[in-house]
Design a protein around this ligand. Structure first.
Ligand SMILES: *Cc1c(COP(=O)(O)O)cnc(C)c1O
Length: 399
């Protein structure tokens, strides 16, 4: 039988049937510790009763009506989310890329309102913002763009965590109207910028009248040990996008804005058929309630610190390990050689991990991870890394 699915993913040979908390089970009954959470999506773990209840209740009453009408669940979620984020308004879509599309459109309209004829957005090398044409253009990775030219105009790129490059761009490019940046880079290899980076970007944006637009699609919803990663820097963005962890697996994306930026998108300028429908919004509201009730932000910070310290200690004497870094439950272990093979080895051992940027093991476990599960993750993965390094040739000299 030919594969009915387009070959956009090289899928691992496993099918999961059910989950509970940080555990997943496959068709053979084998159990896996999930240290990836469906790529930072299922922060509450699998089959959380509060999410199930919200979904079942809403599915039994009303799933969708369209944005032609008032949607109480959307207004309620919007009020909760904007209050938590210190933002004024929100637009709901169905994915991260859509949330960023809304931000990009908002920035362009903001520029045109200020008389900038061809507004441009400053973006970063090594970034990831999605797979639609505008967001893949914003993405700083040629692999994501190759073959899809012509790309979208209106983006200027500088290195990440490089304030001098931003200042230089500001001095020469009078068409810039916004910066779109991840508070820490996820796909790019769990890169944590200097603590001064976001506060300084905030200053630069204020000086130029640019919008500071933070892509918190991966870093948001408690993942880094704050509800939003920019709270580590003590600043507020003008625009923030969310998606992954927002509804624990039900598709949703959000573009939040503050001040003048919140008033830019008016009737007819943007829209979405599904965006913010009652089902997705009820799920997201349930997620917010659980994050608060179970103290998941603090737990993510604690568990993240435990994992980081655990891996640093366990891997301190391990040749081939270049760096162990992260913030909260976004953890990267960089090896001195490509390590995509580790994903399959871990799967066989009952552990779900990810490798990004060729040689960075990326861990995004659920916020509900228990201390004993974190301990198990450290010991199992340490063993797998040692085994991998001893059976895989080191990189050629000089690379
Ligand atoms: C995953 C991700 C996106 C894209 O989200 P989709 O829901 O896959 O469209 C955008 N930005 C960042 C930082 C992400 O991690």
């Amino acid at each position: 039988m030919s594969d009915p699915l387009m070959a956009t993913y090289r899928r691992l040979p496993v099918t999961f049937t059910h989950g509970e908390g940080a555990w997943l089970w496959d068709q053979t009954g084998k159990r896996y510790l999930d240290a990836l959470s469906g790529i930072a999506v299922c922060g509450l773990g699998h089959a959380h009763p509060a999410v199930r209840e919200a979904l079942c209740d809403q599915a039994g009453t009303l799933v969708h009506t369209s944005n032609l009408y008032q949607i109480a669940a959307q207004t309620e979620l919007g009020a909760r989310l904007t209050a938590l984020a210190g933002m004024d308004r929100v637009f709901f879509g169905n994915s991260g890329a859509e949330a960023n599309e809304a931000a990009i459109k908002l920035a362009r309209l903001y520029g045109h309102h200020r008389g900038v004829e061809k507004p441009a957005i400053l973006v970063m090398e090594n970034s990831f913002h999605g797979r639609t044409l505008a967001t893949l253009t914003a993405t700083g990775n040629r692999k994501v763009q190759a073959g899809f030219e012509p790309l979208v105009q209106g983006f200027v790129r500088v290195p990440y965590d490089d304030l001098a490059a931003v200042e230089t761009a500001g001095a020469y490019r009078h068409d810039l109207v916004a910066i779109l940046v991840e508070p820490l880079q996820g796909e790019g290899g769990i890169r944590v910028p200097a603590t001064t980076y976001l506060p300084r970007l905030r200053e630069i944006c204020d000086r130029h009248g640019w919008l500071l637009m933070l892509d918190e699609i991966q870093t948001g919803m408690g993942r880094t040990g704050k509800l939003f990663a920019h709270q580590h820097g003590g600043i507020l963005p003008d625009v923030m996008t969310l998606a992954k962890g927002l509804a624990n697996g039900v598709p949703i994306g959000a573009c939040l804005a503050r001040g003048a930026a919140a008033e830019v998108l008016g009737p007819g300028t943007h829209g979405s058929t599904f965006g913010g429908n009652p089902l997705a919004c009820r799920a997201a509201s349930a997620v917010l309630a659980v994050i608060e009730a179970e103290g998941l932000v603090a737990r993510a910070a604690e568990r993240g610190a435990q994992l980081l310290a655990g891996f640093r200690q366990a891997l301190a004497q391990q040749p081939g390990v270049r760096d162990v870094r992260g913030l909260g439950l976004m953890i990267g272990i960089e090896l001195d050689r490509p390590c995509a093979d580790l994903v399959g080895r871990a799967l066989a051992a009952g552990l779900l991990i990810n490798v990004t940027a060729d040689s960075v093991i990326r861990l995004l476990p659920p916020l509900i991870l228990e201390p004993a599960q974190a301990e198990l993750l450290v010991s199992e993965l340490t063993r797998l890394i040692a085994d991998f390094l001893s059976t895989t040739p080191p990189p050629a000299h000089g690379s």
